[in-house]
Design a protein around this ligand. Structure first.
Ligand SMILES: *Cc1c(COP(=O)(O)O)cnc(C)c1O
Length: 379
């Protein structure tokens, strides 16, 4: 990367920009905000406002876009996960809100399909809840879900993420949980795009759904979106930031600044007005370039995959076949990440393949990626 592309603010700290072919991962900075989002944030920073009024109004925008009764801007999808569980445990009871993370006297079990357990689910436990698993890591039955629900269940959590199994599926999960009077909360952090998912899980009957604001939506990296039924969103709000009352709450360390609330709302509005198809096409074009330039290496199979539920947009995937005796996928990733500029590639999903996610690859960077890959692969 030439010095001209090294922003002074990072240069001063000695932090080099990287090429991100690994998607909207938190570890590489999520996504980039559009200039309109940044200027909205700058404008937001010039005055003081009532933060409760601000987040209530922002919540109405979320509710309109997600077709839900209520909404809330949160500090990442993770904070939304904390607040969803807290809301299910406390309802609108101020005393319970104040009591968390001590859950004495509250239902405090979150039922979850074992195959959905993941490194983000600690957030469900943060407000004091315990996760109760059902099924095994690949499958589950209606009966197993039904048996896991009891009088101490505050919610059933459902996770939608790339390459995850569906268990009994969201629809059945909702039917069964609701039959027992238990709400369903959904972690769909990285499921946007497609835009249709913003309202899909709500329309299926989920009580609350959480998304990241700083992944595909392009809002500030540390924001999230919580959408859902009014009574639950009100309870989540109560657990989030009770500035005007003396109540202490579990969400206090997860505040969202006025600039971030405005940034998220602006990004969300721009995102739903964006041309999804032309964005997808630009990812496809870069993928085709990579495919063309990476051809002809023995025992490597390079294909463009576009699996909506698993891969984030069309992307080239490199499979290492039986006879491949060269450098391992892991070593390739490592070497790419140690080069100049550092290049971060996808970490597979099906097994040991390498995927090159185009969502955050800037125009022209695909050329640099291919050059470096060819150097390493053809050695
Ligand atoms: C990214 C992610 C999260 C965390 O979201 P943040 O917005 O970074 O807090 C939670 N769950 C899943 C499945 C994710 O992919």
């Amino acid at each position: 990367m030439s010095d001209g592309q090294w922003p002074e603010v990072y240069k001063k700290l000695g932090v080099r920009p990287v090429i991100n072919a690994q998607s909207w991962v938190t570890s590489l900075g999520g996504s980039l905000m559009r200039p309109e989002v940044l200027s909205a944030m700058e404008e937001a920073s010039t005055v003081f406002v009532d933060m409760i009024e601000l987040n209530k109004s922002a919540g109405k925008v979320i509710a309109r876009i997600c077709d839900s009764e209520g909404g809330l801007v949160t500090s990442g999808c993770s904070a939304a996960q904390v607040l969803m569980v807290a809301a299910c445990m406390t309802g609108n009871d101020d005393l319970k809100v104040e009591q968390l993370p001590d859950t004495t006297g509250m239902k405090n079990n979150v039922v979850m399909f074992k195959g959905h357990r993941n490194r983000y689910d600690k957030a469900f436990q943060t407000p004091g809840a315990t996760i109760v698993e059902f099924g095994n890591s690949t499958d589950a039955s209606d009966y197993q879900l039904e048996s896991a629900i009891d009088g101490n269940t505050c919610a059933v959590a459902y996770v939608i993420m790339p390459f995850s199994k569906s268990g009994v599926g969201l629809k059945r999960t909702i039917d069964i949980a609701h039959k027992h009077g238990v709400p369903v909360i959904v972690d769909a952090a990285a499921e946007v795009p497609p835009r249709s998912n913003l309202s899909k899980f709500i329309s299926m009957g989920a009580d609350m759904v959480a998304f990241s604001g700083g992944k595909g939506i392009g809002g500030p990296q540390s924001t999230g979106i919580l959408a859902g039924k009014k009574n639950y969103i009100d309870a989540a709000f109560k657990n989030s930031l009770n500035l005007h009352s003396p109540i202490a709450c579990i969400g206090r360390p997860m505040k969202v600044s006025k600039e971030n609330i405005i940034g998220l709302v602006t990004a969300l509005e721009l995102y739903i007005d964006s041309d999804e198809e032309s964005v997808y096409n630009s990812w496809r074009k870069k993928s085709e370039y990579v495919l063309e330039k990476l051809g002809g290496i023995q025992n490597l199979r390079v294909v463009i995959e576009d699996i909506p539920t698993d891969r984030q947009g069309p992307q080239p995937v490199i499979y290492f076949e039986e006879g491949w005796g060269g450098i391992s996928p892991e070593e390739i990733r490592k070497e790419m990440s140690l080069g100049d500029p550092p290049i971060f590639l996808g970490v597979g999903g099906l097994g040991d393949e390498i995927n090159i996610v185009m969502t955050n690859v800037m125009d022209g960077e695909e050329v640099i990626i291919v050059e470096r890959l060819n150097e390493i692969l053809k050695r």
